[in-house]
Design a protein around this ligand. Structure first.
Ligand code: 13P
Length: 264
């Protein structure tokens, strides 16, 4: 199966950026993305403080909203945390989980990520589960094993082809301007899909979207997102400016161009 049979998803991860001054930018993204609504799902994951306001500001458009993390418990004495249910209440349909910045800053294990994914599923949120190797792991030839293990341990038994999206984000490519070769991305996405098929069956693996993330920009989007088995992108820095984010979506305006198969 080629990536073209799964509707691509391009999600912007705003990380810890954005205040009420960003609402106009979000509206520009939402309006511009309407041109591509038939061929690509478009999502913005703002800080939790902005989800409800973006939901109001972008009303009447197809823009999807996501959170950036949630607690594994539905409610209770967890100062500073946000539950999956609260994200739904604010207008989100998805949540990013296991981003490498959380795995590093908050020492999140794959097991704790799996617990959060299960919490997201209990309230009907799609989990965008991030995996990726460090530079040392890639240089020492361990990338496939590390990422395969992250995928295996970060997904609970509630996972289906529809309620999880995988985002392959090599840690060394995030915010650095560096990206893996198209061959390396294709190979890794193949490894991930094989692992998914093994655990959840061929049908679920074939339906699940696997995004690439890490220094996706307008200048490299066409090359990165047309790789066979790449079903869209998780975009950091370039999702903060409507002009850049819409330029990345622009590659789907020429979707008739065949996806590129690269030898693994
Ligand atoms: P950049 O696009 O800024 O490299 O960030 C990628 C990322 O971490 C998205 O989750």
């Amino acid at each position: 199966m080629t990536g073209s049979l799964r509707k691509p998803l391009v999600a912007g991860n705003w990380k810890m950026n954005g205040t009420s001054a960003s609402l106009d930018e979000a509206r520009k993204i939402a309006e511009g993305a309407q041109d591509f609504a038939d061929v690509v799902d478009v999502m913005v994951c703002p800080p939790a403080t902005l989800i409800a306001r973006l939901d109001l500001r972008c009303a009447g458009t197809d823009l999807l909203l996501g959170g950036q993390d949630c607690h594994a418990e539905p409610a209770g004495a967890h100062t500073g945390d946000v539950s999956a249910d609260m994200l739904v209440d604010a207008g989100a349909s998805a949540v990013i989980l296991g981003h490498s910045e959380r795995r590093i800053d908050h020492k999140e294990s794959s097991q704790s990520v799996a617990d959060k994914v299960a919490a997201a599923h209990r309230v009907g949120l799609t989990a965008i589960v991030c995996v990726g190797e460090t530079e040392i792991e890639r240089k020492s030839g361990q990338a496939n094993n590390v990422v395969g293990e992250q995928v295996r341990l970060s997904l609970p038994s509630t996972t289906t082809g529809q309620n999880v999206v995988i985002a392959y984000e090599p840690v060394w490519a995030i915010g650095t301007g560096m990206t893996p070769t198209t061959t390396d991305i294709s190979e890794m996405h193949g490894v991930i899909r094989a692992m998914l098929a093994d655990r959840f069956g061929e049908a679920a693996a074939a339906a699940m979207r696997i995004l690439y993330g890490g220094s996706v920009k307008p200048a490299n989007a066409a090359q990165l997102l047309r790789i066979d088995n790449v079903d869209g992108a998780l975009v950091g820095g370039a999702s903060l400016k409507a002009q850049d984010f819409l330029a990345i979506l622009g590659i789907y305006g020429t979707r008739s161009v065949e996806t590129v198969s690269v030898g693994a």
